[in-house]
Design a protein around this ligand. Structure first.
Ligand SMILES: *Cc1c(COP(=O)(O)O)cnc(C)c1O
Length: 402
């Protein structure tokens, strides 16, 4: 999801301790999968790490998102969790989709999703991918450079293109703007080129950074998008799509602004856009994270140079990767001993495979104990590999009757 060194550099971009916006945090109760269901599932059968996910919670999140921002249609970012059963539920709830690759497109087409509801928001696409998606019926393609605008235009001259602009990612746990998004000067050049070529550059998008806990980012981004619309219209283009991207946060350990608070900021900003403008968003994490728990097990413990280590059977390469770059999960266990600092390694021999360092966890944790990671339905299984021969996590999907 991003170049890891730039993520590390941007890590300082966390919110200061006290902010005038503190009253925006935790204004609404957040959901989570019932912990007792998770514990029982682990006891019943355990062969390898697994994600357990309740699609009833996913449905609830879609509805809540739409209620908070009635003008904004969610297009789920497939990369967050590409499980077919999850995608199907999202389609049933009326979501469109956002893809990064044609493999993701094929997954959606196999489920019967109309290609016209799929937005291709990866700013770097091969000509083959653009042609394939275009032939299947995808209409909208993102660009953030003159090179990509040319690539899209030369491959599919009638493509509708939307311009990804750089916007602040301050206060996002997983900033993305170090990599993608046109700055003001580049944006002017892209708009001018589109007008000259006769390319249908018809919209603006941005991404405030994933797990964004700062509602100001949306306000600033909407203002920038508004200026871009004016610039495009002045150049003779017909801007008619506003795509406000993803980044909507879920509850882990740090407080978050609720979707209702973010919605308030977004709805206000949208007033500057005419009724004829189509508005979409690309939530990934928000729709699926808190529907699931990731469960793994302690392989063994060790003391090295006086430091307590435990190794789980899933680490960075097995799906628990976001904790290594600043996202703090709520980790639960079946032990009740006093917390002591533990450093947690994954099962692989790669020295980068460290999940957390000096994390307070119960002193009496032992080999074979289960570890339950709350709200881990996004960006876990999607990242997992079989590096070192460890199996991919299992994905257990069910729908509770609420
Ligand atoms: C990853 C991504 C998303 C989803 O981001 P979340 O933080 O999971 O909401 C949306 N749009 C684009 C272009 C992305 O790359």
């Amino acid at each position: 999801m991003g170049d890891r060194s730039s993520i590390a550099r941007a890590r300082q971009n966390t919110l200061p301790k006290q902010q005038p916006q503190d009253n925006l945090f935790d204004t609404h109760p957040e959901v989570s999968l019932d912990f007792e269901i998770v514990r029982q599932a682990a006891r019943q059968k355990y062969t390898r790490p697994f994600l357990i996910l309740d699609t009833a919670l996913v449905r609830g999140k879609v509805r809540r998102f739409r209620a908070a921002m009635p003008r904004v249609r969610p297009h789920y970012a497939v990369k967050a969790n590409p499980d077919r059963r999850v995608l199907k539920v999202l389609a049933q709830e009326g979501c469109g989709f956002e893809i990064a690759s044609i493999a993701e497109l094929d997954l959606l087409l196999a489920l019967g999703v109309p290609a016209a509801e799929v937005f291709y928001s990866n700013p770097v696409k091969s000509r083959e991918s653009i042609a394939y998606a275009g032939a299947k019926g995808v209409e909208w393609f993102v660009v953030d450079s003159v090179d990509e605008l040319r690539r899209v235009f030369e491959t599919k001259s009638d493509a509708r293109q939307y311009l990804r602009i750089a916007t602040p990612n301050i206060g996002s746990d997983w900033p993305l703007s170090g990599k993608f998004g046109a700055g003001a000067a580049d944006a002017r050049e892209i708009v001018a080129l589109a007008a000259r070529l006769g390319a249908d550059l018809a919209g603006v998008t941005f991404h405030v950074g994933s797990q964004c806990r700062n509602p100001e980012n949306w306000r600033v981004a909407l203002e920038k998008a508004r200026s871009l619309f004016e610039l495009m219209a002045r150049a003779g283009l017909r801007p008619r799509l506003l795509n406000i991207g993803g980044g909507f946060p879920v509850r882990h350990v740090k407080p978050i602004p609720s979707i209702e608070v973010i919605g308030g900021v977004v709805n206000e900003g949208l007033k500057a856009f005419g009724e004829d403008v189509q508005v979409i968003a690309e939530p990934g994490r928000y729709l699926v994270s808190d529907a699931g728990y990731f469960v793994c097990r302690v392989l063994g413990t060790a003391t090295r140079a006086g430091k307590r280590w435990m190794h789980w059977d899933a680490g960075l390469f097995g799906g628990v990767i976001e904790s290594s770059e600043g996202l703090k999960y709520r980790i639960r266990t079946d032990r009740s001993g006093p917390d002591v600092p533990w450093t947690v390694g994954g099962p692989t021999c790669d020295s980068v495979d460290v999940v957390v360092r000096d994390e307070p966890l119960p002193s009496d944790l032992q080999e074979r104990d289960f570890v339950y990671i709350r709200n881990a339905g996004a960006y876990t299984t999607a990242y997992a590999s079989q590096f070192n021969g460890f199996p991919l996590p299992e994905v257990r999907v069910f729908e509770s009757k609420s």
